[in-house]
Structure formats: C-alpha cells, structure tokens
Write a protein that binds this ligand. Structure first.
Ligand code: GTP
Ligand code: NA
Ligand code: MG
Length: 298
C-alpha cells in the first residue's frame, strides 16, 4: 500500500570539507545570497538547510543543501550530516589541498555509503593547484574520472562562479541514478538537524523530513521532546503550513529542546506520543546514570 504511493523526492546534499575551504561561500554562490558574510567571524556555527531550484533539461528541480562547519569541534555534526544525506559535496581548496577535516569528511561519507562529488574550489587563485589536489585525493581512494577512476571532480570558484553550473549538473546526474522516493501521504518522520532554546519562541528545532508530510497541528516526538507543531518557518523565513519529503523547516511548539541527530516522528494518537516520549526520557535518564557510574569507576 505504501509502495504505490511513493513519489520522487529532492536529493539532500551535504557540503563538507576542511575549515575555510569555501563551503558556505560556494553554497551562497549557488543560492546567490550572502550567508557567509552574515556569520559570526565567517565560521559556520551550525548546519544550515537551504532549498534551491535548479533548471535541468527545461524543468525546475529542487535540491536541498545542508551546510556543515569545518571546525574540528564539529565532528559529530559532520557525521550526522553524512548520515542524513543522499550526496556529499567534498569541498577542497585548490590552494590548500587535502587537510584533516577533508580526510574526516571522506571517511564519514564512505561510512554512510554516500556518493561523493569533489568540488575543487578557489581555482581563481594564483596559488591554485587543482591537479595536486586530485593527486592527493587518490591516496584516499578518490580517483577522478579523467584518470580512469569513478569520482566526479569539478574545478570551481565560489567567487568567480566558474563551473558552478557544471557542479549543479553533476549533482542532478548523480541524484537521477539514486532511489530517492518517499510517501508524502504518510505522517512525517525524520531527523533533528539542530535545536536551541529561543528566549521568546521557546524550543526551536530544525527538522529534516525524510518521509511523509509535516503539518501545523501535528503531534510530534523529537528525541524525548513532545509537542504540537505551532508554526513552521522555511529557509527563507516564510511561514509554511506543511513541509514535504526532503525539506527542512524550523518548528515551534516542542515542550523541550531535542538533541541534534535525534529522530522525530508524528503520532496520530496523542496518548501514544506521550508514552513514547516518556520512554525515551527514561532511556536518557538510564544512559546518564550509566555514564555517571562508569565515570565514577575511573
Ligand atoms: P567554515 O564554515 O568555517 O568551515 O568555512 P567554509 O568552508 O564555509 O568557508 P567560507 O565560505 O567561510 O570561506 C572562507 C574564506 O574563503 C572566505 O574568506 C571566502 O571569501 C574565501 N573563499 C571561498 N571560496 C572562494 C573562492 O572560490 N575563491 C577565493 N579566492 N576565495 C574564496
Ligand atoms: Na569559514
Ligand atoms: Mg561555512
């Protein structure tokens, strides 16, 4: 029954790579907006989720991008990004080459069995050495197609815009051969991308819908947080009444702040939701207790 209702959904694409290699600037250029400049110190603090319309063979297609921080403190976040994604874009600065977070991103993407497209960025710079980057990447099992391997590598510049259309084309080509289906008729489930407590709005969670459709008024459990969706805001700051498969929205109405990486699910039955949430709270208490006991033993 579920099978016949399956519809194609947009690809979820995670941008990964070493700190300052140009992930956010590249995404900005793709979105033609100015996110990187607005960030504190130009450092991506959290995973941002953005929807982009791309024209492909005369048709508009949607792609959902997740930006991730390259700072070494955010390993768990990048692992999470790799897990929820359909395609990983590995950004490597052509003037800096393969660096620790590049290697880490490769291993996250491989562990999640996600196809990798390499964007060799900053090729506008005089110091750029794209062939050296390709050579370095072969040491980690990524061999460019033009050298007989099977990894798509595109030399781009987020500043000049060079080859960005090729990169988008490659994203769409790779996503075409993937099984990206979801059933928009079922109740939503997915993953918490990030969450925080806002003084005025209360708990705010960015949710990635992986199946089903999320609607205002839905009863949800996210991690151990229970709530009713009071309002939803998309990446452009617009209020929306529903969110379709692959989309990410900011949700208000949870009674508590879930952890990034937690699953969320909609329940038709409020009583069931309440019992699931309290079970999960017990689970968390249990694991905190175990942690406390093991640290005392040391
Ligand atoms: P984190 O989120 O902190 O990991 O960094 P990031 O990878 O998102 O890099 P970001 O977009 O913040 O860019 C870092 C710096 O590189 C900025 O000063 C950008 O202007 C610059 N930059 C990014 N892309 C290019 C490019 O294609 N060419 C040149 N010349 N500079 C670039
Ligand atoms: Na940066
Ligand atoms: Mg960034």
């Amino acid at each position: 029954d579920d099978l016949e209702k399956l519809q194609r959904r947009p690809p979820v694409v995670t941008i990964m790579g070493h700190v300052d290699h140009g992930k956010t600037t590249l995404l900005d250029a793709i979105r033609k907006t100015k996110v990187a400049q607005g960030e504190a110190g130009g450092i991506t603090q959290h995973i941002g989720a953005y929807h982009v319309d791309v024209e492909h063979e005369g048709q508009m297609q949607q792609v959902v991008f997740l930006d991730t921080p390259g700072h070494e403190a955010f390993t768990a976040m990048r692992a999470r990004g790799a897990r929820v994604t359909d395609i990983a874009i590995l950004v490597v600065a052509a003037d800096d080459g393969v660096r620790p977070q590049t290697i880490e991103a490769i291993s996250h993407a491989k562990a999640a069995e996600v196809p990798i497209i390499v964007a060799i960025n900053k090729v506008d710079k005089e110091e750029a050495q794209p062939d050296r980057v390709k050579q370095e990447l072969t040491e980690y099992g990524l061999v460019p197609e033009e050298w007989g391997g099977d990894t798509v590598m595109v030399a781009v510049s987020a500043i000049s815009g060079e080859n960005l259309d090729t990169l988008l084309e490659m994203i769409l080509l790779v996503s075409e051969v993937e099984d990206l289906y979801a059933n928009p008729d079922r109740s939503a489930r997915g993953t918490v991308i990030e969450a925080h407590l806002d003084k005025a709005k209360g708990p705010v969670a960015t949710l990635l819908i992986q199946n089903g459709t999320l609607r205002v008024g839905d009863t949800i459990v996210a991690g151990s947080a229970l709530g009713k969706v009071r309002a939803m805001v998309d990446d452009r700051g617009q209020r929306v009444k529903q969110a379709d498969p692959s989309f990410a929205v900011e949700v208000l109405g949870l009674g508590d702040v879930p952890a990034a990486g937690d699953d969320f699910q909609v329940f038709d039955d409020e009583k069931e939701a309440r019992s699931v949430a309290s079970d999960k709270t017990d689970e968390q208490r249990q694991s905190r207790l175990l942690q406390a006991m093991s640290s005392r033993r040391v």
